[in-house]
Write a protein that binds this ligand. Structure first.
Ligand SMILES: [Zn+2]
Length: 62
């Protein structure tokens, strides 16, 4: 099914986008901090989602 393939591809592309952003943040020293308030992210949060960009308080719903 071409449609399913395209959907899977877009999911992979989005994940690669997240990883690329995480690497940029490693570069500029903001990796592991909330993009909204600058708080350090909890280890368990980064463990579950290494590309997490927001603390629990600022994580987008969903
Ligand atoms: Zn925050």
């Amino acid at each position: 099914m071409a449609g399913a393939d395209l959907l899977a591809l877009s999911v992979v592309e989005r994940e690669m986008d997240d990883v690329a952003r995480a690497l940029e943040r490693l570069d500029d020293g903001t990796y592991g901090t909330c993009a909204a308030c600058g708080a350090m992210l909890a280890d368990e949060q980064l463990g579950g989602s290494p590309a997490a960009r927001f603390c629990v308080a600022h994580a987008p719903a969903g």
